[in-house]
Design a protein around this ligand. Sequence first.
Ligand code: C2O
Ligand code: CU
Ligand code: CU
Length: 428
Amino acid sequence: MPMPIPPVLNPVSSKGGTDYYELPIRTVAVGVLPGRKTSVLSYGNDFFGPTIRARSGRPAVVTFRNGLTEHANVHLHGAHVEAADDGHPMDVIEPGAARSYRYPNQQRGATLWYHDHVHHLEAEHVYRGLRGFYLIDDPAERQLNLPHGQYDVPIMLTEAKFAEDGTLVFDPANPFDRPTLLANGRPQPYLRVRAGKYRFRILNGSTHRVFTLSLDGAQMQQIASDGGLLPAPVPVTTLKVSPAERAEVVVDFSAHPVGTQLVLSDTTGPVLRFDVVRTGTDKSFLPPQLRPLPPVGDATVERDFELGITPPGEPVAFRINGRTFDHDRVDIQIKRGTTEIWRITNLDTALGIPHNFHLHLAQFRVLDRDGRPPAAGEAGVKDTVLIEPGSTVRIQATFRDYVGRYLFHCHFLEHSGLGMMAQMEIVP
Ligand code: C2O
Ligand code: CU
Ligand code: CU
């Protein structure tokens, strides 16, 4: 099947320098598999939501109407927003109700995404389709003349298990049994491309799988991570993307004659095939320098976090510093304006469970991984970082502007739903 490209959502109105959008939250039947219909949850009409294209510095208000018979809500992952607009797990949209979230977009251009975050339902809701791209365009990027328009393609990778009749099966006790890999909501689709450059914005929209991607050995130039452009392109032949992470790459198909097929594969199988179908002039550019990283503050506070499953014999739960999530408990307090260094260790060597770490509100920099500097591709602005069993990663973030309660958690949503999530309160 061809890979669909999520439609870009038009604002319903624009007033006073703000764009207003509206989206439903509903159940729809989608032709995910050939010849069958699958009932999914959607912010629109498909197994993903439409793409919202915001502009750096220009606020957007998005109103979601919950047409489900259960709670829903929306978190804009990677966004710098007020606590009331952050989609806290206990701050839900009742069935039949609507809710407007205000997104200031006072941040650099980046590939963000919006997804459900209802307490205990987030993994199922995201798995079933409540996820979409939110791209922040930045004038500072436009002048680089990177591939744009139809050559700037968001690709959301997910996984699923389907019954014979096409029914989507969600079994949280068996998250490893999701054999179908999807790109933009279709199993192993193809995309027809010109023999020229493309910008692919890859998002791991799955809840439980790390994708390790390669493109038939071809070189890709990584240009951005979660929080936007890297200082310079990083040539890669493999890309490891854990749940919620984004990696943007420029791929140049011009070296490949028309008729060539290149397959983007995970270690477990093919994900997406590119068919080079035509030549054409390519006016885009991949400059040797992209954009300098924003400065980092001086850290004055250090903290330690340990991620781990409960010991054998106890009921299975996932913990941060020995505790499971309690929405009534504030785990740490941070004074607004502070820059902090967090040292995060994955204790789960015995069972070999990978975790990752996602911070709401503030994007961060990865300082080191087991004492070594991060790879160039993850040395940029990040909001989610993979932490392999036994590994320790140090990150640094500055908590500016907003006060209130925000989350940090493992973004393997089956883990955060079982407790690997905590709350920070930013205080004035
Ligand atoms: Cu994608 Cu709590 O986040
Ligand atoms: Cu988030
Ligand atoms: Cu985890």
